[in-house]
Write a protein that binds this ligand. Structure first.
Ligand code: URA
Length: 435
């Protein structure tokens, strides 16, 4: 069917031209273009032109809100009102080594707040939560809505694949943006994330908006604008929403790669783990619990005394996984050595993310498989003293022909300054944005 059909309310070309000329779209135009695109009436090339016009010329607050709600209206809305516990969820805009969901969901559930985490698979240099959990033997990502509700009732935490029924317009549009250079638009990112989170039906939501080389947002001002836009969208939709803006100039923790990150998450649940991962897990847990009406609980104690680990074991087992099974390891390793003595001043998140991806931890196309054991293990983080010739990183892969390309990605990844020039290491949580 053509977009010029007399049965259609608008013409896609007029809508594209309005945005191209920096005009404001009406509610009716937005409702129509999202619905018609989902039905296949607005063609891919037309939506691609509109997405580029939006990337270049932006959208007003009311336009973003309407766009978000039009995408929600293309699908189902979940309903957790039958649960006896309040619900609280977290969403990260994505980064390198970002395994926080894994310890966070069971930790929050330990305090009687249910965590419905609908997650995705990784594309490009940022890993996906489902890819990480699939490194656990037997673990299953796909649950029906009924299974998800039952697990929330019983264990209190679920991390599973988002069904195709939530905001199908976003699914289609995100795939198009991915191949047309239109991902990096604040209105389109905010509406994409929030349409899924509002449709998911969580009562409270904490956003982890990443800023730095390994994030979508490279500049703090852009991260602030994205955080503010999403907090306002959530609040207006009746979801108690806050955002933390957090550092993604360097990877989180000491691992980037699927099984490697599961292992590190289990260390955090056992009361150990790298300090930055522990700090961010605790900060986000406090926000999720406060937003769900439980501000005064001792979050760190539940990591130290094994309560969060108990919930993790139950959560993994409920989805067919064996939490005690050995994790897969890569067949080959290679080391990257420190080129000089001094203090590690910079370890670039994007470079490590690309290296992990090239080693086989991530995928280039949606249908590609990932290697469970592949990735990068770091032996030093910014601020650490390093000695020439000592290992800085270990590269893991099943396919050793990948080592050269991974090393290429790491060529300019580190800066080492002379001893005594103490490198300034900034805080992991940089700012908080609330309603
Ligand atoms: N994650 C999403 O779900 N959508 C975006 O547009 C970017 C990140």
């Amino acid at each position: 069917m053509s977009s010029h059909s007399t049965a259609e309310l608008f013409d896609a070309v007029d809508i594209i031209a309005t945005k191209r000329d920096r005009g404001v779209l009406s509610d009716a135009q937005i409702d129509w273009v999202i619905d018609a695109y989902t039905r296949g009436v607005v063609a891919e090339e037309q939506m691609s032109a509109l997405a580029m016009a939006i990337l270049l010329n932006g959208m007003s607050r009311p336009e973003i809100a309407r766009w978000t709600h039009a995408m929600i209206a293309t699908g189902e809305r979940m309903d957790f009102s039958s649960l006896s516990q309040p619900t609280s969820d977290k969403h990260s805009t994505g980064g390198v080594g970002d395994k926080i969901t894994l310890p966070l969901a069971p930790l929050v559930a330990t305090f009687g707040v249910a965590v419905p985490q609908l997650s995705g698979r990784g594309l490009g240099h940022t890993g996906g939560t489902l890819d990480k959990l699939e490194a656990i033997p037997g673990w299953r990502a796909a649950l029906s809505n009924a299974e998800m509700l039952a697990q929330l009732d019983d264990v209190g935490a679920v991390i599973c694949q988002a069904g195709s029924g939530l905001a199908p317009a976003d699914r289609k549009l995100y795939a198009l943006r991915d191949v047309t250079g239109t991902v990096e638009s604040i209105p389109l990112i905010a509406s994409s994330i929030m349409s899924k989170k509002i449709a998911e039906g969580t009562g409270a939501l904490v956003l982890d908006v990443k800023v730095g080389s390994g994030a979508f947002m490279k500049e703090l001002d852009d991260a602030r604008e994205l955080a503010r836009t999403m907090v306002d969208l959530g609040t207006d939709a009746g979801v108690r929403t806050v955002a933390l803006i957090t550092d993604m100039s360097t990877p989180l923790g000491l691992t980037a790669g699927n099984a490697l990150e599961v292992r590190e998450s289990v260390e955090v649940l056992a009361g150990g783990g790298p300090p930055d991962v522990v700090e961010l897990t605790i900060a986000l847990a406090r926000e999720m619990l406060a937003a769900a009406g439980k501000p005064d609980v001792d979050v760190a104690a539940a990591l130290a005394d094994g309560r969060a680990m108990d919930t993790w074991n139950r959560m993994i087992a409920a989805q067919g996984g064996d939490p005690h099974a050995p994790l897969p390891t890569a067949q080959h390793t290679d080391q990257v050595l420190a080129p000089a003595d001094g203090v590690l001043a910079r370890l670039d998140a994007l470079a490590v993310g690309v290296a992990a991806w090239r080693l086989g931890a991530g995928r280039a196309r949606r249908e590609d498989p990932v290697q469970a054991g592949a990735g990068v293990e770091m032996h030093a983080k910014p601020g650490a003293v390093v000695r020439a010739g000592e290992p800085l990183m270990t590269l893991h892969t099943d396919t050793p022909e990948r080592f050269d390309r991974a090393r290429d990605a790491l060529t300019d990844a580190v800066t080492i300054v002379p001893d005594g020039d103490r490198a300034a290491v900034g805080p992991i949580v940089m700012e908080r944005v609330s309603a």
